[in-house]
Design a protein around this ligand. Structure first.
Ligand SMILES: Cc1ncc(COP(=O)(O)O)c(C=O)c1O
Length: 385
C-alpha cells in the first residue's frame, strides 16, 4: 500500500481518529494502518512457518537501524535495538565504570524512567544525586552550572520534559557536561518523531528512546544510540549470543564483543515489533520529520492561542507566547473533573501532575483543537481557576 506523501492526507491511515479526538501522543501514539497490516502479515504469512523467514526478519532489523540512524543523524553501527527507554538508560547506567564519590546530575521535572536507574547506581556505588531546580517550568543552564562540577560523571536529561513540554538546549548542556568530563545521557522519547534532531550536532553521548509515542510504533520497541567512540568505553552488563562479533557461530568459544552497538543487544528481538517499527519509520520518513515538526508546532501554537482566551493557567513555559514543542499543559481548579469530562466526550488527553496535558501529532487538526477548547469553555474551567 502506498504511503501518502501529503501531510493532510494522512488521516485516512489512522482509523482511531474516527472514534476519538485523540490528542495524547505524549502518552501513546496512534499506529498507522500500514503498521498494523505489516504485523498481521508477519503472523499470518511468515511467523506461522517457524524460522523460514528468519533471514528476512534480520534484514528488516538492519533496515530499522538504518532508518533510526538517518532520523537522528547517527550511524547505523551506533544503534542498538531495545524494548523501551528504561532498558537503554539502564544499559548506560550499568555500563559506566563508576568511582565512589562521583555524582549524577538530574533535574526536578524528570520522568521516573530517567531517575530510578541513576538512583540504583548511586546506591550501589556510593554516588551523589544532584537535582537541578526548575524555575517556572524551565530548567535554565545557569541552574545546571550550579550542580555540575568536577565530580559529575553523568548529566541525564529528557530532551523534552514529559509534564510540560520544556525543551532542553542539548548542545549547551553537552558543552557544559563535557567541559567537566561528564557524559550527556538523553531520554529522547518525548521528542524523537516530533522534532528534528541531530545527535552529532548536539554532541549527545547516549540517547535512549522508545518508539511507541511520537514514532507511532508498537509498544515494546525502542533503541539506544551510543556515540561510536564510547561503545568500547562502557561495560556490557549483559552479554548474549547477539552481542558477539559472530552471532551465527554456534560453537564453544570465548565471546568477542561486536565492535558496534549490537554488543548491547543480548538475544532475539521481538520480530513482530520490528515489522511494525519498520513500517512506522518508513511512514515518518515518507512524510519527513521537518514537515511533521512544522505541523506539530502549528497545532500546539494554535492550542496555546486558544487557551490564552480562556482563564486557565498554561503550565507549559512559553517563548514569546509560543510553546517550544507539541506538549502543552494547562490547569484549573477542577482539573480532574475537567479531565473526566473531556474523556466522556471522547477527547483523549492525559492528566499529569494536576494538569491536563495535550499532545497533538501530525494526524490531528485545528478543528480537533477547537473541539477541545470549546468543551473546556463550556465546562467553565475559567470560573474556578
Ligand atoms: C520522559 C519519559 N521517559 C520514559 C518514558 C517511558 O519509559 P519506557 O519507554 O521505558 O516505558 C516516558 C513515558 O511513558 C516518558 O515520558
Amino acid at each position: 500500500m502506498a504511503i501518502v506523501s501529503k501531510i493532510d492526507e494522512v488521516r485516512k491511515d489512522f482509523s482511531a481518529i474516527k472514534k476519538y479526538n485523540y490528542l495524547n501522543t505524549a502518552s501513546v501514539g496512534l499506529l498507522p494502518k500500514q503498521t498494523i497490516e505489516a504485523m498481521k502479515r508477519y503472523l499470518d504469512e511468515e511467523r506461522m512457518y517457524g524460522n523460514i523467514y528468519w533471514r528476512e526478519w534480520e534484514e528488516k532489523l538492519e533496515q530499522v537501524k538504518k532508518l533510526i540512524a538517518e532520523l537522528i543523524g547517527a550511524k547505523k553501527e551506533e544503534i542498538a535495538i531495545t524494548s523501551n527507554t528504561s532498558e537503554g538508560l539502564n544499559i548506560v547506567a550499568n555500563g559506566i565504570k563508576w568511582k565512589r564519590g562521583e555524582n549524577i546530575v538530574l533535574n526536578d521535572l524528570e520522568f521516573p524512567a530517567n531517575i530510578f536507574p541513576w538512583q540504583n547506581q548511586a546506591k550501589k556505588h556510593n554516588l551523589e544525586i544532584r537535582i537541578t531546580k526548575s524555575i517556572g517550568g524551565k530548567v535554565p543552564l545557569e541552574e545546571y552550572e550550579k550542580q555540575i562540577n568536577e565530580k559529575t560523571r553523568v548529566v541525564a536529561v529528557s530532551w523534552i520534559e514529559f509534564q510540560n513540554g520544556f525543551k532542553h538546549d542539548l548542545k549547551a548542556l553537552a558543552e557544559t557536561a563535557h567541559a567537566h568530563g561528564a557524559y550527556l545521557v538523553v531520554d529522547g522519547i518525548q521528542g524523537v518523531g516530533m522534532l528534528d534532531i541531530d545527535v552529532k550536532k548536539m554532541d549527545v553521548d547516549f540517547l535512549a528512546c522508545a518508539c511507541a509515542k511520537w514514532l507511532i510504533s508498537p509498544i515494546g520497541t525502542g533503541f539506544l544510540y551510543v556515540r561510536k567512540e564510547l561503545i568500547d568505553e562502557i561495560d556490557v552488563a549483559y552479554v548474549g549470543w547477539r552481542s558477539d562479533e559472530d552471532p551465527d557461530n554456534y560453537g564453544y568459544r570465548w565471546f568477542k564483543l561486536a565492535d558496534t552497538a549490537r554488543r548491547f543487544e543480548v538475544g532475539s528481538p521481538s520480530f513482530i515489533g520490528i515489522q511494525g517499527l519498520l513500517e512506522s519509520l518508513k511512514y515518518i520518513h515518507k512524510i519527513g520529520i521537518k514537515r511533521i515538526e512544522k505541523k506539530d508546532l502549528e497545532l500546539a501554537e494554535y492550542l496555546v492561542e486558544q487557551l490564552q482566551n480562556l482563564d486557565v493557567r498554561i503550565v507549559t513555559p512559553l517563548e514569546e507566547d509560543k510553546p517550544q514543542t507539541a506538549i502543552v499543559s494547562f490547569t484549573c481548579k477542577n482539573v480532574k473533573e475537567m479531565y473526566d469530562n473531556l474523556l466522556k466526550n471522547n477527547i483523549v488527553v492525559s492528566l499529569r501532575l494536576n494538569a491536563i496535558r495535550v499532545s497533538p501529532h501530525f494526524y490531528n487538526t485545528k478543528q480537533e483543537i477547537e473541539e477541545l477548547v470549546n468543551l473546556v469553555k463550556t465546562l467553565k474551567c475559567n470560573e474556578i481557576k
